[in-house]
Write a protein that binds this ligand. Structure first.
Ligand SMILES: O=C(OP(=O)(O)O)[C@H](O)COP(=O)(O)O
Length: 258
């Protein structure tokens, strides 16, 4: 029987989701559409009668802004929000800022699929010559982490995301859930996929087929050992959700030449 409800949420659309660029650790705000997605998500959760006790976010603005908009739409602005870099999006290394369709045209769709969805392949690491290196590593938020700035990732596979996320999940999030608190994790496509892989025991191969659209809450019903007792539920209009999943998958396709 279900003992705990856990909600995972990929933030609403950001400016670079719209432009089909790898955003990752670049701090983009929500687009106009992303704001609406987050508000609609909050309205749906309210209509369904859900109540949160605690929210966890990454330290990237798009996940924080999403959490605020969801809580506002639910009339639950008072709920505490706790932030950690360990929930940040996967660090996409030198791919940051690049357009997925252009990369697919240049390197092939298969290669882009491996970069995006394989479990243990890291893209090449970012260095000081990368156009977004200084913007990321000179940002004051990264002086507040529980590791020195020099030890923060320069590129990550999904496996490496899970490695940095799990200690936070085990030591900070799990105790709150076990106290009976209903938790929302407002994070990113790949940090949520890593957590889903862990919770549902998805294989290294099958995780490639899990895609999360923006602004759609994922409900997990867990037993007392935090094992899922039912398949995950993506809440909302199922036809729209399937179309949104396809849209994310198609981001890695080369555009037909004109
Ligand atoms: O920033 C990103 O994800 P996010 O929009 O969930 O924060 C990544 O660029 C997602 O890219 P992907 O869907 O190719 O893994």
């Amino acid at each position: 029987m279900s003992k705990h409800k856990l909600f995972l949420l990929r933030h609403g659309e950001g400016a670079w989701n719209k432009e089909n660029r790898f955003c990752s650790w670049v701090d983009q705000k929500l687009s106009e559409n992303g704001v609406k997605e987050a508000q609609d998500c909050g309205t749906l959760l309210k209509e369904q009668g859900h109540k949160f006790d605690l929210v966890f976010t990454s330290i990237l603005s798009r996940s924080i802004q999403t959490a605020w908009l969801v809580l506002e739409a639910m009339g639950q602005e008072w709920v505490p929000v706790v932030k950690s870099w360990r929930l940040n999006e996967r660090h996409y290394g030198t791919l940051i800022g690049l357009n997925r369709a252009e990369m697919a045209a240049k390197h092939g769709e298969e290669k882009v699929k491996v970069w995006r969805r394989s479990f243990d392949v890291s893209p090449p690491p970012i260095d000081e010559s990368h156009p977004y290196f200084h913007e990321i590593y000179n940002d004051r938020r990264y002086t507040t982490c529980d590791v020195p700035k020099e030890s923060l990732p320069r590129a990550e596979s999904l496996k490496e995301v899970l490695d940095r996320l799990l200690p936070y999940w085990d030591n900070t999030v799990v105790p709150e859930i076990k106290k009976g608190r209903t938790v929302l994790i407002s994070a990113h496509g790949n940090s949520c996929r890593a957590l889903l892989k862990h919770l549902e025991g998805i294989s290294d191969k099958d995780i490639a087929n899990v895609t999360l659209p923006t602004g759609i809450p994922v409900l997990l019903e867990l037993d007392e050992n935090l094992k899922p007792v039912e398949p995950r539920k993506l809440l909302g209009d199922q036809a729209k959700i399937q179309a949104a999943i396809k849209k994310v998958e198609d981001q890695g396709k080369a555009l037909p030449s004109t």
